[in-house]
Design a protein around this ligand. Sequence first.
Ligand code: GLN
Length: 193
Amino acid sequence: MKIGILALQGAIREHRNLLRRLSIETVDVLNPDDLDGISGLILPGGESTTVGKLLVRYDLLEPIAALGRKGLPILGVCTGLILLSKHINNSEQYRLNLMDTYVERNAFGRQLASFEADMSIPVLGDKPFHTVFIRAPYINKVGDNVKVLLSDEGKVLFAEQDNLLAVAFHPELTDDTRVHEYFLNKINNFSEQ
Ligand code: GLN
């Protein structure tokens, strides 16, 4: 199994290192050919307006959107959550337009723009997950086909829609591999269908 990591901007190395610890081969995705033969794709955190423009410039926006529509498992982290979304409140920025989610960007107030907290995420088991939020978005509304995996005070922070997984915090910045393992399980389940 080989996992692509979109390598235009942001926390790329952290995902690569984490997947390496799980003995998973990765490829940096910088042009459409890099998408050949991948079993899943990670969209790392960064700045979503910039990454959206770069996706267009590198001819990656439509190829990735097409793969997502066909069922390629995609994990969107923070900026990736924004890019996966069909709806971004008050923004016309480029996006992949795949998940039936409504996203608020930079939505935690200024003082709370970045914070860490231990949160219980039932699909990951009993042990709380140490979540790291950096100028994070949240989802304020989801369609019927979206499963909420974590929400806090009405803010959806981790969600799933078929082959797509969106997370508002940064699992690659901890030693906890459970979000990535959840994604890898999803890839295995999809390829068995
Ligand atoms: N605030 C950023 C954005 O809107 C996301 C921050 C992140 O990816 N850590 O794209």
